[in-house]
Design a protein around this ligand. Structure first.
Ligand code: PHE
Length: 355
């Protein structure tokens, strides 16, 4: 028997006898590896005479190919067997109860967004979304805040590299969703837009990332009475009070005219803040009638369509409602804080079931 035939006779039998992918891999190394039988045999060619070198070399290379094909086909055969074995042995009993020791909870920011959504959904508001990364056109220009407007400085904007033209930024408020929605559809509009917002500001009462909920209504014949009624109803539902003193204080936003800030009545004692009564006021949101320029910027005729908009800070509302004293703890990712202030995941807020 020639050398290649001798190797082949044993090798094919050994490969066929393999029962696991590990055993097969051992065989592959023993035959084709750096120190394997074929490799060793090929090394002897150097000292052989030219004629032998030619025939033996060709035979060894053919054998090498034949063996690696045999190994490959055995490999897929074994893989199939091993998979079937695993499928037969590994079972998950989906009827087992969940482990009581691992309890997650809902972050107050998510909870409050859910609560706000439930209240406005009941008033017929849809939920819209926009991207966190915005253009200065949507975040400012189209909202009637031109380049030179002092309000741009007030926003402490994070600009991004973008195309290097200074026009890409992290949205400083959820108001750009007003523009996106108006451009993407036909009036009437009635939606809220919850989401993350960013300002380059960090101290006791500011975090660089925070959350807002925008509200937006466009229809025919909408006036300030609708705005006031809607927000008063919201505040009563949110703070779960049958009556709540509300004050609309004249203010300024470039994208609304007239604009107002909304305060709710409260009382402050040494270490307690009570919402709903008392001689103090607490600012909770900004609002106004949508500025005609904003409507025009989105192709709407202000003589035909009017509306109102409002924006509220989610963390601020969460702190007031749930007595959370420090804003910065919201984003510490401290599981003890979460298990104290977090909410049961199965307790989904609804107006009927309670917020
Ligand atoms: N976008 C404003 C802010 O972030 C809030 C606001 C929204 C005011 C809509 C009026 C109308 O300060």
């Amino acid at each position: 028997m020639t050398q290649p035939d001798a190797i082949r006779a044993n090798a094919l039998a050994d490969i066929a006898a393999c029962e696991s992918s590990n055993a097969l891999e051992e065989q592959r190394v023993a035959l084709l590896g750096k120190k394997g039988a074929i490799t060793e045999a090929l090394k002897t060619l150097g000292s052989a005479d030219p004629e032998t070198r030619k025939t033996l070399g060709a035979a060894l290379n053919l054998l090498k190919q034949e063996l690696s094909e045999a190994i490959d086909s055995k490999k897929s055969q074994i893989a199939m067997l091993e998979l079937n074995e695993r499928l037969a042995n590994e079972k998950v009993d989906v009827t087992l109860p969940s482990r009581p020791s691992t309890r997650g909870s809902i972050h107050p920011v998510s909870q409050v967004i859910e609560e706000i959504t439930a209240i406005f959904a009941d008033m017929g508001f849809a939920v819209a979304e926009g991207p966190d990364i915005e253009s200065d056109e949507y975040n400012f220009d189209k909202l009637n805040i031109p380049e030179s407007h002092p309000a741009r400085q007030m926003h402490d904007t994070f600009y991004l590299q973008g195309n290097g033209d200074g026009k890409t930024l992290l949205r400083t408020h959820t108001s750009p969703v007003q523009i996106r929605t108006m451009q993407g559809g036909k009036p009437p509009f009635r939606f809220i837009a919850p989401g993350s917002t960013y300002r380059c500001d960090s101290d006791l009462t500011h975090t660089p990332m925070f959350h807002q909920v925008e509200g937006f209504v466009i229809d025919k014949g909408i006036h300030m009475g609708h705005l006031k009624g809607c927000l008063i109803e919201f505040l009563k539902a949110f703070f779960e009070l049958s009556e709540v003193p509300v004050r609309f204080r004249p203010s300024f936003f470039p994208f609304t005219e007239p604009s107002a800030e909304v305060d709710i009545g409260c009382s402050r004692s040494k270490d307690e803040l009570k919402i709903g009564a008392g001689s103090d006021w607490l600012e909770v949101l900004g609002c106004g009638m949508v500025h005609p320029n904003v409507l025009k910027n989105c192709g709407l005729d202000p003589d035909e369509w009017q509306g109102f908009a409002f924006g509220m800070g989610v963390e601020r509302l969460a702190m007031l409602k749930y007595g959370i004293p420090d804003l910065r703890t919201f984003f510490d990712s401290d599981s003890r804080w979460l298990s104290h202030y977090g909410f049961d995941a199965l307790n989904i807020p609804s107006l009927v079931g309670g917020l």
